[in-house]
Structure formats: C-alpha cells, structure tokens
Design a protein. Structure first.
Length: 122
C-alpha cells in the first residue's frame, strides 16, 4: 500500500496535474459544472510533493486536513499487521459512515457556493 501511494505521489510530482487534461477530466465537473469533493486532489498532492502546503490547501482543503489521519491510520495498521495482530481496515459503523458522507456532501456544496469560493478547487 505504501509503495503504491509513493509511486502515485512520484508520478503526480513529475506530471503536473495543473496542466489542463494531463490526468484526464472530472466527470462531475464536466456534467454539472460543480467541484466534487475530490476535485483538486491531484493538484493538492502535486503541491505537497513540492512542499507547498498553502497551494495544496487551496486545491483541496479537505484532503490536506485528512492526509495526516490517513497516515496515522496506515501506520497503526502497519504496526498491527507486523505484530501479527488481527487487522481491520476500518470500522465502517453506521454513525461513522454517515458522518464521513455528510462531511463530503457539506464540503461539496459549500465549495460551490459564493461564500465558500475559497474552498473551490484551485
């Protein structure tokens, strides 16, 4: 998993997603004109590989906030699997899943409103 994330990050570093069409198009953006919760994610990772946190947050603020939690979860998963303990990826209980979906939905709506334009994909 770590090798895959590293390979994708290296690819994003060398093939700049800021260039129109370099990594394809977002179907949600094309069909609706709205930024989906993932819009700007590739640009954010590219900016992070350049060490530019402000530009990354400008591209996809939610991703930049979530990355430390993903990393901590991955480290905990790695440690448990190394020790031979039972490993579960995540407890997708109903309250947790609903919370994640609500955060994604609210982020998607707010970033497309005039008041939330600062959250729009940069």
């Amino acid at each position: 998993m770590g090798a895959t994330v590293l390979a994708a990050s290296v690819a994003l570093h060398f093939r700049d997603p800021h260039e129109q069409g370099s990594w394809g198009i977002c179907p949600t953006k094309v069909l609706t004109g709205w930024d989906c919760p993932g819009c700007g994610g590739l640009r954010a990772v590219h900016d992070l590989t350049d060490g530019n946190l402000a530009a990354a947050a400008s591209s996809n603020f939610l991703l930049v906030i979530a990355l430390p939690f993903f990393f901590i979860g991955w480290v905990l998963w790695l440690r448990r699997s190394w020790r031979g303990e039972r490993v579960r990826l995540m407890d997708w209980s109903t309250p947790f899943a609903v919370t994640v979906l609500l955060v994604l939905a609210v982020f998607a709506v707010v970033r497309n409103l005039p008041a939330g334009s600062w959250l729009a994909a940069g």
